[in-house]
Design a protein around this ligand. Structure first.
Ligand SMILES: Nc1ncnc2c1ncn2[C@@H]1O[C@H](COP(=O)(O)OP(=O)(O)O)[C@@H](O)[C@H]1O
Ligand SMILES: [Mg+2]
Length: 280
């Protein structure tokens, strides 16, 4: 099976400004990838290129083996923009019907009902967008992006406008999407969220990927903290496997050991290290 998304040496120039400076990134089928980066890093530009809405200046982007923007790629991709607004007078079911027409989906009534159910709007098929909370609109937006059973879902900051309860709903929704085997590119500046739902993470900075890997790989061990009657020490470079030896050594020195803790950096540490402490 081809990669859900494969971008190679991708560049995007807006006038004299280069927003993407040679980005290479691959998303495996069914993989949920978090795209992190400060404002202006190029996250939205990358999503728009994958969606076929913006043309790259150089390099290539393929969705499920089809060049981005081609009919094959458009059929395989679902996209929810960072700032979207649906017509206030449109009902939820009506909006999905419109998007079925736009995307050529023949899923009919059944697809619409199933998608509304998936995003927790099964009871709201006739509710108008204008009467919906922000969270409901966001979920409807995700249902819209899933019309036509895409292989790749592009979600550009889907939770930044939501309150914590709304974010949790979207997070749970992503679990349901993962179970369907749909690959996701989730751009977000909420590190905890990305850490929780994503298989892997790419950190984008000034148009370049500066880190890529599983959250646990990016968050490296930071040593072992040992507390004895002689005080608290951090043994840099040590890991979990060193704990028994460290305890034996302390005991051999006649110290009483009260606590030993392997220190793990968080994804936040890794992020700040990658983009520089001053950002955001
Ligand atoms: N249509 C455009 N014309 C000119 N500059 C743009 C355009 N779209 C984005 N940019 C610039 O490209 C850079 C990356 O933008 P964007 O992809 O929106 O980043 P992000 O989503 O990470 O905040 C920013 O400096 C932005 O100002
Ligand atoms: Mg953006």
């Amino acid at each position: 099976m081809p990669a859900a998304l494969r971008v190679t040496e991708l560049r995007k120039r807006y006038g004299g400004f280069e927003a993407l400076r040679g980005v290479s990134l691959e998303i495996a089928p069914g993989e949920v990838v978090g795209l992190l980066g400060p404002n202006g890093a190029g996250k939205s530009t990358l999503a728009k290129i994958a969606a076929g809405l913006v043309r790259p200046s150089a390099g290539s982007a393929e969705v499920a083996g089809h060049p981005a923007g081609s009919a094959g790629a458009r059929a395989a991709v679902g996209y929810l923009a960072e700032l979207f607004r649906f017509p206030a007078w449109m009902g939820a079911d009506e909006l999905l019907r419109l998007h079925q027409r736009l995307s050529g989906s023949d899923g009919g009534e059944r697809e619409r009902a199933e998608l509304l159910e998936l995003v927790g709007l099964g009871h709201a098929a006739r509710v108008r967008v204008g009467e919906m909370s922000k969270g409901m609109q966001q979920r409807l937006g995700i249902a819209q992006a899933l019309v036509g059973s895409p292989r790749l879902l592009l979600l550009d900051e889907p939770t930044s406008a939501l309150d914590p309860a709304g974010r949790r709903v979207v997070r749970e929704l992503l679990e349901g999407i993962r179970e369907r085997g749909i690959a996701v590119l989730l751009s977000s500046h909420l590190l905890g969220e990305v850490e929780r739902v994503c298989d892997s993470v790419a950190i984008l900075l000034a148009g370049e990927v500066v880190a890529r890997g599983r959250p646990a790989e990016l968050a490296r061990p930071r040593g072992v903290e040992i507390e004895t009657d002689a005080g608290v020490r951090v043994i840099a470079g040590a890991g979990r496997e060193d704990v028994p030896r460290l305890v034996e050594e302390a005991v051999a020195r006649g110290e009483r050991v009260y606590a030993v803790r392997p220190l793990q950096s968080t994804l936040e540490d890794a992020y700040l290290e990658a983009v520089g402490e001053g950002q955001e």
